[in-house]
Design a protein around this ligand. Structure first.
Ligand SMILES: Cc1cc2nc3c(=O)[nH]c(=O)nc-3n(C[C@H](O)[C@H](O)[C@H](O)COP(=O)(O)OP(=O)(O)OC[C@H]3O[C@@H](n4cnc5c(N)ncnc54)[C@H](O)[C@@H]3O)c2cc1C
Length: 466
């Protein structure tokens, strides 16, 4: 079959690789010049060097992503710094580390018990909450927010501030007051709660995000080595936004509305001449909704579109600092204490992956409050003050240049009760994929990769049915 994939993010490329390896002729259309979508490398004018659009952290539990990367001939050790799960604050007041010598989940229990900066009652409360989740098969009360789950689990206020709030906003880009407890439980289950010790490992990319594996797909596709021996093929067309899908009537069917309702429909994209038997839409929710809204209406289609209006989004901002001399942080990633009223918006500080150790990245999830600050100089000054106050025993070198990258729709808000669709749509021949579909995860890379793979498998299954 001829398959069009709209979007060259992690979901689109995962779908494209899967479909090509299943024997289909696949063409990926990407609006941007580079691949990777919300996890991509950019060249920021202020720094004049390639940096990522935001620091990304993967987990050992990201099995579909790691499997896909292996299948592209990539070695985990070349691609990532792999670290056992740890949490350490820049000011040294909190540190927690799973104990590598012990089997899961004892490694976490021992890590919590030996954590620095938590009172023993707080450690006991955290262990009780995790034990309770495990006993309940990682189910939380229906429609509960993380805040409600924390209250029900009798988590002390200081533990919530020090541990649960930062973990929730970092993994879900949604504050505890709004975040879905069930999705948070899934994140805990698949990382710290997994029977596999390496599931909780933290993987920090050693390379730019586009280079990590999306560009490898493009390279293997161009070489013709992505699909070994089979009939499938893959080519990638960058700089090509798809603005419209046109149903093409099968022989004997004249009208366009009839064509869209027919199971035998094929599709044209923009004004391009070629016809596709299947289209996999792999943009974010607004981009996908825009394309679907241009199709001939049907009651099921309108219902599907209506379900997409429930998604709201939250920004993530990353401030990259270029230092005048190298600085090695005591750990690749440090927790910052956020004090918005003082302009201390930073939540995490990452050591840049540049060879000269001159880059630091400050990450702010759920960043609306920070973005409301219009005085950019004051914003920068506040965050540098935060580093100077919290980086204990470290003198921050002079900042030579900086770049602030804001992803306004970084992720959807992972709130309770959000109805996320599967990969199938009411339009014949059209599937959707992306981190926002019903993956069981918040908006994360692994969800995107799984969603893309699943969409391609369903599309393939459907076309093989007699
Ligand atoms: C700053 C930031 C930090 C993050 N940190 C983490 C993290 O640490 N760990 C983690 O797991 N996740 C993280 N995420 C989330 C992760 O990046 C996303 O879940 C993932 O990249 C989503 O992939 P996707 O393929 O579903 O969508 P996208 O990445 O949005 O890809 C969609 C692609 O489709 C293209 N497109 C859209 N419409 C069209 C059209 N009409 N025609 C052609 N092309 C089109 C877009 O240009 C884009 O390239 C972070 C996200 C951001 C923004």
């Amino acid at each position: 079959m001829k398959v069009a994939v709209v979007g060259g993010g992690w979901a689109g490329l995962s779908a494209a690789v899967t479909a090509a390896r299943l024997g289909h002729q696949v063409r990926v259309f990407e609006a941007a010049p580079s691949l990777g979508g919300r996890a991509r490398t950019v060249r920021h004018p202020a720094l004049d060097m390639p940096i990522d659009n935001g620091q990304h952290l993967l987990l050992g539990a990201y099995t579909a992503t790691l499997e896909l990367m292996r299948s592209l001939g990539l070695e985990e050790a070349d691609c990532f710094h792999t670290l056992p799960l740890f949490l350490r604050s820049a000011d040294g007041t909190l540190s927690l580390r799973t104990l590598p010598g012990l089997p899961a989940p004892l490694h976490l229990a021992a890590g919590l018990l030996t954590a620095k900066g938590l009172h023993w009652t707080e450690k006991a409360a955290a262990l009780r909450a995790l034990h309770h989740l495990r006993q309940n098969d990682w189910q939380t009360p229906r429609a509960a927010t993380v805040q409600e789950w924390l209250a029900l689990s009798l988590q002390p206020a200081r533990l919530q501030e020090q541990l649960w709030r930062p973990l929730c906003v970092a993994t879900m880009n949604t504050p505890v007051e709004q975040a879905c407890a069930q999705l948070f439980a899934h994140v805990l289950r698949d990382s710290v709660g997994s029977g596999r010790r390496d599931a909780g490992h933290m993987l920090i990319p050693r390379r730019g995000l586009s280079e990590l594996w999306p560009e490898r797909v493009a390279q293997l596709a161009a070489d013709g080595t992505l699909v070994s021996g089979g009939p499938g093929s893959l080519d990638i067309v960058p700089n090509t936004p798809i603005r419209q899908l046109h149903p093409a009537a099968p022989a004997g069917m004249g009208d366009v509305a009839g064509a869209a309702a027919s199971p035998a429909s094929r599709w044209r994209l923009n004004e391009r001449p070629e016809l596709y038997d299947a289209v996999l839409l792999c943009g974010n929710v607004p981009a996908t909704a825009r394309l679907l809204a241009g199709l001939p209406p049907s009651p099921a289609g309108l219902e599907f579109l209506e379900s997409l209006t429930a998604f709201a989004h939250a920004p993530i901002a990353t401030l990259t600092l270029e230092l005048s001399r190298p600085l090695r942080l005591p750990a690749p990633m440090l927790l910052l204490h956020e004090r918005r009223e003082r302009g201390h918006f930073g939540q995490w500080l990452f050591q840049g992956q540049d060879a000269h150790q001159r880059l630091l990245h400050i990450v702010v999830s759920d960043a609306q409050a920070m973005l409301a600050v219009t005085d950019r100089e004051a914003l920068l000054a506040g965050m540098i003050e935060q580093l100077n106050q919290q980086l204990r025993g470290i003198c921050l070198p002079e900042i030579r240049r900086h770049a602030l990258i804001t992803e306004k729709r970084a992720t959807f808000l992972a709130v309770p009760g959000l109805q996320r669709p599967g990969n199938r749509t009411p339009w014949p021949g059209i599937w959707v994929a992306g981190d926002w579909t019903d993956t069981g995860y918040p908006a994360v890379l692994e969800g995107a990769v799984r969603s893309g793979r699943q969409a391609a498998l369903e599309m393939d299954g459907q076309c093989r049915r007699p």
